[in-house]
Structures are given as structure tokens and as C-alpha cells.
Design a protein around this ligand. Structure first.
Ligand code: ADP
Length: 618
């Protein structure tokens, strides 16, 4: 027997001997023969002689080592389970359906803040359930009970005035006849999970609100830019128009030089305004591409002609080539295509000191009436460092500040080109080596013109293009000078337009608002009205409506009305046409452009002096 045990047992026996009648009932640790410890359960009754003296004990010893170990294991595993339940905050329960008696695990008691071991019933549980969730929880329970399916429900409980979220899962245990006996289940504290979920929902909501606000801010920005563009265009019309009037007058060489500088500065400001406007339009998703027939060969010819002088002045060779398999009769937006190519060729010329710039068009695919064409613009210029390539297509980015100073520019051209290429269903990219040149390329997707349409166009040749219109009208000229009414409130712009119209050879009367225009039209039979849109008293749209109104007093309700406005967006043009106007010229008005439009609408008008017409400006 171990030493500690000898002392303990000695004491116990001492007590027993004093109280002779006492039974023995002890557990004693002893040492087995083989040296291991064994636990013996000893019980015995006292043996007394006739005089009542204790003579000995009769009893049994039982080895309970194994049993005690099993009991210990059980207690330990229960403890482990309890601890695991506490960590996971999952309690378990069982419900006797016949009696309504609930049995809870330790964690269940803790979760409901109830003293361990106190009796609980189903009614207690219902009382803990949050009043607002009670109906839902009970009906989930009843459904599971009726359908004999497992049940799963999240609901709130109220424990000592605190609201907690719990997740209940359970199933019903049936007897052999299928009658429900017990419910077995778990209850988990998911308050933390729910709080995170709610927080996440809230964050998502806030993010949505923020993104709506960002969209709104972006829209406001685009609107602001469009307004700015309008406001800048109006005085620009004055600057460009007046400087061209000045250049036509007798100037000393020095004065001419200054006037030319004013004119060029005006032109470059206009390019900038157009870029910003384009950019904001694309960014706000407002830019719509046209879908009209065009000839690719003609577009590249035009660009080549336009930029040949610049290339020549810079001592560079500008060449272009279209692979023979590329279909040239396509449908798409020739203006935007021209804009991207012109921009890339313009850059190539700008950043190349010597050598050449080559433009080529190759076929990527031609399927189902759709052709994808790849345009490449190769230069032998300064090239772009690899580290800067990825940033080039983001707005307002240039290779570096010193290049900016040397070459000027806004860093918008490539960003716009990228967006336009993407709008045309293509991509844009660059291959470049610093010091030896760059290749900018982009692809675009075009529908091919149907063979039938091509044929009929061929038959009608000579009557459809703007150039042809001029020729036709030129032959129809009559001897009278067309009489035009100009409605324009801005004094300077009125002067510019009057000068242009007079040099074109027309007779013009000017008024300052729509009301005055109506009055003039009731008195004189004009041939055409040039109408500004935004004017005081009565704007151009309302004036047009009055003119077209057959009940109004004007002499000719069908007179051609051409809008002349600083609003340069496509929807502005649509608005003019919707208002009943016939055509549209955007400010700053170019004389050539104006002449072309007038030529078109004055079919029996006076001779028009300026026949070199160039359309297609922004
Ligand atoms: P901008 O020319 O108005 O500054 P872009 O967006 O057209 O704006 O071009 C951005 C920058 O990309 C230019 O400033 C220049 O640094 C670089 N870049 C564009 N094209 C070329 C080219 N062909 N060769 C070298 N650098 C170029």
C-alpha cells in the first residue's frame, strides 16, 4: 500500500474501532503483485462476541480500477464537450414531446442565463423568444413537426433585457411506429455573426449610396464641362471670326503676324475645348456613334491630304497603305474613325524629328458581313520608355513633364482614342522602343455595306454627296441674291456672321432675338433664317415653333431654318431638328462650312463665291 494511503487508512480504522458497530465501506489504493496500483472497494460488517466485543470483520474486496477509470474518462469527455460547446457557443437540448420537459446542456443554460440544472419547459423557451420573432419561430417548428423534416431557424431571444440572435437546428426522433418521441437539437449564439452580417449590409448600402453619389457627381461634372464648352465657344467664335476678318483687311506685315498668332491660338484653344467635350461626353456615356456608309479609302486619302503639309514642313515622309483584302465600303462612324487616325498620325508627326510615318490598314477578320480592321501608325520618332506605356491611355498623362514643355498637348488625345476604339468594338495598343520609334495600333469593327446598296449608289452617282449637291445647285443658279435673316443676340458674333455672309455674297438682315425674327418674317419674304438657339426674349426653338405654326402671321412657314449654336453635342443637333429646324452649324462657325450648308438649302440661291468646301469639322 502506498505510504499516503497507509496513514489515511490507519486514521479511518482508528475511528472505526472506537465505534464498534460501524460498517466498513472504503476505497483503498493498494499495490498489486505486479507492482501496479489497484483500487479496491472494501466493505465489511463487524463480528462481535457474546459480550459484544469486536473480534473482527467479515467482508469483500473488489477491484474497481477499470470501472473508476471509465468513469473518469466519461467525466473528462463530458467536460471536453462542454468546453467545445462554450467555445462554439452551441448548446444542445432534447424535448420530451409527451411531457414538454426540456433538457439542456451546460452551454444551453449559460446561453439563456439560467442557473444550471434548474428545470425548464418548452413554455420557458417560447417566453425567451423575442415577441416579434415568436410567430415565425413557432411556425418553423410546427412545419418541421408536421412534415417530419429537420428544422432550421434564426431568431432573437431576450435574456436579461439583452437581445441575442440564436440559430436553432433540430430534428424529431420517432418511435418504431413513426410517432414523434423527442426533439433533439442545438441552439447557437450567432449574435456576433448577425452583427457582422448587418454591418456588411449597412456597408453595402452605404457603398451603393456612394456609388450613386459618384455617378451623380460625374454627371454633374459632364454637364458642367458641356456648359463651359458652350460658354467658351461663344467668345471663341468672336476671336476666330474677327481675326479672320482682320486677316482679310489690309494689314502691315507685323500686324498680319500678330493677327495670325491670334487666329492660330484660337484654333488650338478650340481643339482643346473639343477634346474636353469629347472626353466628358464619352465618360458620361453620352457619346453615340453614327452608323453610316463611308469609304475607308476616302477617309485615309482625306487624312493624308490634311496632314501632308505638316509632314512636309517637318521634313518627314508620310505614307499610307491599305491591304488589298480590306473591304473599303463600310458602315460606321467615319468622323470618329478619322478622329482616332488623325490623332495618332498627329502624335507620330509631333514626336518624330526625322524619318517617316506610315499608316496602314489590314484585315483581322471578315465574317458574317462584319469586318474587323487593324490600323497601324508606325513612326521613327523618340519612342516611349516601357515603364510609361501603361499610363499613356489614361487621361491627362504625358510621358514626362519636360516632354510636355517641349511638345505641348493635354494628354487627352490617347485617352479619347482608346475610348473611341473601344466604342467602335476594338482595342488600342502600342509597341515602342525608346529612341527608335513607336507603333500605335487600334482595331475597329465595321459592318460591310450590302452589295445591293453599293449597286444602287453606283446608279445614283453624282447626286448624293455634298460635293455633288454644290455642282447641281451651281447649275441652277438664278440671278437674284438670296436674302437671309440672321437672329443672333451676341453683338460680336452678329458682326462675324454678317461679315462672313456678306463675303459669301448674300444680303443679310440681323435681329437680336426670336421675337424680332418673327416680326421681320411677317414683313419680308426671306430665303433662309440663320437662328441662334439661346437668345433673350424668345429663344430659337420657340421662334422656330412659331414660324412652323401655320396659324402664325409669318409669310413663309416652310422657310429653311439653320441653327447656329455653341451647343456642340449630338443631342443639341437632335434638339434643333426636333424643334423644326432643317440643319445645324456649330460655333465657332467656319466660313467654308457655312457656305456648304447655305448652298444645300438655297437651291435657287445666289452664286456662292467660296466653292472649296470642307465639311466634317467637329
Ligand atoms: P498630348 O499629345 O496632347 O499630350 P496624347 O494623349 O495624345 O496627349 O499623348 C500623351 C503622351 O504620349 C504625349 O504627351 C507623349 O508623351 C506620348 N506620345 C504619344 N504619341 C507618341 C509617339 N508617337 N511617340 C512618342 N511619344 C508619344
Amino acid at each position: 500500500m502506498p505510504h499516503d494511503e497507509v496513514t489515511r487508512i490507519g486514521t479511518i480504522f482508528g475511528e472505526i474501532i472506537q465505534n464498534k458497530s460501524r460498517m466498513i465501506n472504503l476505497e483503498i489504493w493498494n499495490i498489486h503483485k505486479n507492482g501496479s496500483l489497484v483500487l479496491l472497494s472494501t466493505s465489511g460488517v463487524p463480528i462481535l462476541d457474546a459480550d459484544g466485543n469486536l473480534t473482527g470483520y467479515r467482508g469483500v474486496d473488489k477491484d474497481i480500477t477499470v470501472m473508476r477509470k471509465a468513469q473518469g474518462d466519461l467525466v473528462r469527455s463530458e467536460e471536453t464537450l462542454n468546453r467545445a460547446q462554450a467555445v462554439a457557443k452551441i448548446g444542445n437540448w432534447s424535448l420530451d414531446i409527451a411531457t414538454g420537459k426540456l433538457e439542456w446542456s451546460k452551454e444551453s443554460y449559460r446561453l439563456f442565463g439560467r442557473e444550471e440544472g434548474t428545470p425548464v419547459t418548452q413554455a420557458d423557451f417560447v417566453a425567451y423568444t423575442h415577441p416579434d420573432d415568436r410567430e415565425m419561430a413557432i411556425s418553423a417548428w410546427e412545419y418541421a413537426m408536421n412534415t417530419r423534416t429537420p428544422f432550421f431557424v434564426d431568431h432573437r431571444i431576450v435574456v436579461e433585457e439583452e437581445i441575442l440572435w440564436v440559430r436553432e437546428q433540430g430534428y424529431v426522433e420517432l418511435d418504431t411506429e413513426g410517432k414523434p418521441l423527442f426533439w433533439l437539437g442545438t441552439v447557437q449564439d450567432i449574435t456576433h455573426l448577425k452583427e457582422t452580417e448587418l454591418l456588411l449590409q449597412e456597408t453595402n448600402q452605404q457603398l451603393t449610396i456612394k456609388s450613386i453619389a459618384a455617378d451623380e457627381a460625374n454627371r454633374a461634372k459632364s454637364e458642367f464641362l458641356a456648359n463651359m464648352s458652350h460658354e467658351i465657344r461663344t467668345p471663341m467664335n468672336g476671336v476666330i471670326g474677327m481675326s479672320s476678318i482682320l486677316l482679310e483687311s489690309g494689314l502691315s506685315p507685323e500686324q498680319r503676324e500678330y493677327a495670325e498668332i491670334v487666329s492660330r491660338s484660337g484654333e488650338s484653344l478650340l481643339v482643346l475645348i473639343n477634346d474636353i467635350l469629347d472626353f466628358s461626353k464619352i465618360e458620361s456615356g453620352k457619346l453615340e456613334l453614327e452608323q453610316i456608309d463611308f469609304n475607308l479609302q476616302q477617309i485615309l486619302d482625306d487624312i493624308n491630304r490634311l496632314l501632308a503639309y505638316r509632314a512636309h514642313d517637318a521634313g518627314l515622309m508620310l505614307t499610307y497603305a491599305i491591304d488589298p483584302e480590306v473591304p473599303v465600303l463600310l458602315k460606321g462612324d467615319p468622323g470618329r474613325l478619322r478622329q482616332v487616325v488623325t490623332n495618332l498620325v498627329g502624335n507620330a508627326l509631333k514626336f518624330t524629328q526625322r524619318g517617316s510615318v506610315t499608316v496602314s490598314a489590314a484585315l483581322v477578320s471578315d465574317q458574317g458581313g462584319v469586318a474587323i480592321v487593324k490600323f497601324s501608325i508606325v513612326d521613327t520618332g523618340i519612342g516611349i520608355p516601357a515603364s510609361r506605356v501603361s499610363a499613356l491611355f489614361t487621361p491627362f498623362t504625358q510621358v514626362d513633364a519636360s516632354t510636355t514643355r517641349k511638345y505641348g498637348g493635354t494628354g487627352l488625345g490617347l485617352a479619347i482614342s482608346k475610348q473611341l476604339a473601344e466604342l467602335m468594338g476594338g482595342e488600342i495598343g502600342i509597341v515602342s522602343e525608346e529612341g527608335s520609334g513607336s507603333t500605335f495600333w487600334f482595331t475597329a469593327r465595321f459592318e460591310k455595306q450590302s452589295p445591293k446598296a453599293i449597286e444602287s449608289k453606283h446608279d445614283n452617282r453624282g447626286t448624293t454627296s455634298a460635293q455633288d449637291t454644290i455642282l447641281t445647285t451651281a447649275t441652277k443658279r438664278e440671278a437674284h441674291t438670296a436674302h437671309i435673316l440672321l437672329a443672333e443676340d451676341n453683338h460680336i458674333n452678329q458682326k462675324v456672321a454678317l461679315h462672313m455672309l456678306k463675303t459669301i455674297g448674300l444680303t443679310v438682315d440681323a435681329v437680336a432675338d426670336g421675337q424680332q425674327a418673327i416680326e421681320a418674317l411677317t414683313k419680308v419674304k426671306y430665303d433662309l433664317v440663320l437662328m441662334d438657339c439661346m437668345m433673350p426674349v424668345m429663344n430659337g426653338y420657340d421662334a422656330t415653333a412659331r414660324i412652323r405654326d401655320l396659324n402664325s402671321e409669318v409669310l413663309n412657314h416652310h422657310i429653311p431654318i439653320i441653327a447656329m449654336t455653341a451647343n456642340a453635342m449630338k443631342e443639341d443637333r437632335d434638339k434643333c431638328i426636333e424643334a423644326g429646324m432643317d440643319d445645324y452649324v456649330s460655333k465657332p462657325v467656319k466660313k467654308d462650312q457655312l457656305a456648304l450648308v447655305l448652298e444645300k438649302w438655297l437651291t435657287s440661291a445666289a452664286p456662292i463665291e467660296n466653292k472649296t468646301v470642307e465639311a466634317g469639322s467637329y
